[in-house]
Design a protein around this ligand. Sequence first.
Ligand code: PMP
Length: 319
Amino acid sequence: MDDVKASILSAIGNTPMVRLNRTGCRNIEIYVKLEYYNPSFSIKDRIAIGMIEDAERKGIINKGDTVIEKTSGNTGTGLAIACAVKGYHFVTVMSAGNSMEKAQMLKALGAEVVLVPQQPGEDTDTVSRKDNEAVERKTDELTEKLQAYRPNQYINPVNYLVHEYTTGSEIIKQTDGNIDAFVAYIGTGGTFVGISSALKKFRKDIKCYPVEPESAQFLAGKPVITTRHKIQGGGHAVKPPYWDESLVDGYLSVTDDEAINVARYLAAKEGLFTGYSGGANVAAAMKLDDSMKRGSIVVTILPDTGLKYLSSDLYKFDD
Ligand code: PMP
């Protein structure tokens, strides 16, 4: 019975890492960590259970309490699983600009879903800064009204600490420490800050590169043209409160088309079915090929599954 887990929560983390074999890169090898192997098919399960157990340890929540979170869907599904198993009522607030698979999945997992309509003039299938701000206002209002506990992944240090202690140390172990660079798309920044901290503590010379949409290179200090891009889960042109510039060796950016084309390549040629941000991460990693020494190893993340985007144009084909 050693192999029977006490609950699905014990199946979070320890995800596989896979080498890409058909990138066409001349100098670098790219290794991807398959975060869609987590129980709700995204990297966010890690921080969901981390933030809930942290609040339990501090005596902030007790069985039956209401937990609320603003999310693009992935932290929501992670929290929904944690709350279902542990007996909390979970309310998730999200923009209608996120894919509907996420909202449907949240409902199936027992969450109460509050969808905030997109702001006038904003495109479907995208979550702009304005949309994001509307979700923030609604979350504040409901948190007060429901007297709910809001883990708040945007400011909760558990977010990046979980990545430092789990995702980051898994990466070091899986590669035997043979890593030259790490690349990650920025939403809350938890993935980048946590993993980069672990890598830099292990070896200072591992280069770490945040990834932003080409139209919203906010952290890179460039003018934001628009936050109406397709790479869901980030690129909102906000600086994470725990952002640490000393971890950054340079900024990378990708267009919607680059993210989409690389996600399609990953699915069709490598058998890796991921979302927009997975495509963005690998597209960004490929951009390091010209500047790195032959044989360099670049690690990145596939944050979630392509199944969460079937209703978007990511995997819509003409024929
Ligand atoms: N990709 C997806 C699909 C996400 O949902 C998120 C988080 N919202 C990210 C990337 C970015 O991760 P982080 O919040 O850790 O920066």
